[in-house]
Design a protein around this ligand. Structure first.
Ligand SMILES: [Fe+2]
Length: 191
């Protein structure tokens, strides 16, 4: 009899434990989704404001090579905005932007660098590349996290969209390094 009663208790204990796990999994998942959507709103704001900043950066660049790189990334950025709208749709949320203080600061810094450097100099291009790479690194970190979270939350289509943007941000970062190291840094030193 005692053995049976122990078995019964154990069954109750296991059932309760599983129920607790299920409940906590439920809460954890919704909190993680909330965090994911918050981060999405943050990068959505950042990308939208970047389109304006990149237009200004392209106009301010001295070398044709850098100007072309910024113009290309501007087109890509417009596409990043559209991709984020698709991600919002895939996860069943309304697309909305939330001010990203970090990106606002990085854009402000870029504008300051334009003011502090002379027009038509390669020193200005060095400054613009530096500012743009800080932006890219912020985006690479954000999209890396978002892509991983999309996978964890069970949104493979969203993860795929975020990965496509992440790849373009990484490529832009490499291109900017190439441009800087190719000739701009050395030529700026000779100015
Ligand atoms: Fe982007």
């Amino acid at each position: 009899m005692e053995a049976l009663s122990n078995a019964g208790n154990r069954e109750i204990f296991i059932k309760t434990t599983f129920e607790n796990m299920a409940t906590s999994k439920g809460n954890g998942e919704s909190e993680l989704k909330e965090l994911f959507v918050d981060e999405l709103k943050d990068i959505y704001w950042a990308e939208k404001h970047l389109t304006k900043a990149l237009t200004k950066m392209a106009k301010s660049a001295t070398s044709d090579e850098l100007q072309t790189a910024f113009e290309k990334h501007l087109t890509e950025t417009e596409n990043h905005v559209a991709r984020l709208e698709q991600v919002f749709e895939v996860v069943g949320e309304k697309a909305s932007a939330k001010k990203c203080d970090a990106m606002a600061g990085l854009i402000e810094e870029a504008e300051g660098l334009i003011e502090d450097t002379k027009e038509g100099t390669l020193t200005r291009d060095v400054a613009l590349i530096s500012a743009a790479q800080k932006v890219e690194h912020y985006e690479i970190a954000s999209y890396g996290t978002l892509k991983t979270l999309a996978g964890v939350l069970g949104y493979p289509k969203a993860a795929q969209l975020l990965e496509a943007t992440l790849a373009e941000e990484k490529k832009t970062d490499s291109l900017l390094t190439e441009i800087a190291e190719g000739s701009i840094n050395e030529s700026a030193k000779a100015e």
